[in-house]
Design a protein around this ligand. Structure first.
Ligand SMILES: C[S@@+](CC[C@H](N)C(=O)[O-])C[C@H]1O[C@@H](n2cnc3c(N)ncnc32)[C@H](O)[C@@H]1O
Length: 207
């Protein structure tokens, strides 16, 4: 049987994130969610952001099952089953067949993965998004190399203890990487619990 998994933080952060998404997402099209986790965000956001279409994805099979279980409990015409996507796989974006992608949303991934995941995410967003498309990131960030709170200092230490390649990223490094991939910084929004929303817009090809 399919089992729903639970991530309690999603109930705390979903409203503030939804408020930002309503402001920044293009009015129509498919939103690809990277690292959807349990699927709780997907089932909450999809009907509330209609008529946009929500396309979740996950690399962990247990969580893919969880997304399907949540979707069974909260079915929606605008919510697809998850794609099996790992942003560290070469050319992962070729698995995404949707032609009408308007945004890529990625919540709480890039600090809980090697830097190569952020690189892969940006590469894929560049490949998939049309001009004007949005890449939305949510999570903790350092600013100019400095943590924005004491709690993020200990969080960062605990991440690096779990895996030395993980860690809270420096916002400026993420923004610089975005530029390399035609993703122009549009906005940085302070969120509850010392997190940020970071919004990029796909510019014109100038490579
Ligand atoms: C902290 S959880 C966040 C999940 C969800 N977005 C949320 O906010 O509840 C990090 C997620 O990233 C996924 N993940 C880790 N490495 C990944 C990769 N290379 N590509 C795609 N997803 C990855 C994990 O499976 C996990 O679901």
């Amino acid at each position: 049987m399919r089992e729903k998994q639970f991530a309690p933080a999603t109930e705390r952060n979903r409203e503030p994130i939804l408020a930002v998404l309503k402001q920044i997402l293009p009015p129509t099209g498919t939103v690809l969610e990277i690292a959807s986790g349990t699927g709780e965000h997907a089932v909450y956001f999809a009907p509330r952001l209609s008529p946009r279409h929500w396309l979740p994805s996950e690399t962990n099979p247990i969580l893919q099952e969880s997304i399907l279980a949540w979707r069974e409990e909260f079915p929606s015409d605008v919510l697809s089953p998850p794609l099996d996507l790992d942003v560290m796989d070469e050319n992962w974006w070729e698995k995404v067949k949707h032609q009408d992608l308007c945004a890529v949303v990625c919540i709480n991934l890039i600090h809980i993965a090697p830097w190569a995941a952020c690189e892969g995410l940006m590469k894929g967003a560049e490949a998939l998004l049309p001009q004007g498309g949005i890449l939305y990131l949510y999570g903790p960030f350092k600013q100019q190399g400095v943590h924005t709170s004491e709690s993020n200092v200990s969080f960062d230490e605990s991440l690096q203890q779990q895996n030395p390649e993980w860690g809270v990223r420096n916002l400026e490094d993420v923004v610089s990487l975005g530029k390399v991939h035609q993703l122009e910084l549009q906005d940085v929004i302070a969120m509850p619990a010392n997190n940020f929303s970071v919004v990029f817009r796909r510019g014109i090809n100038n490579k």
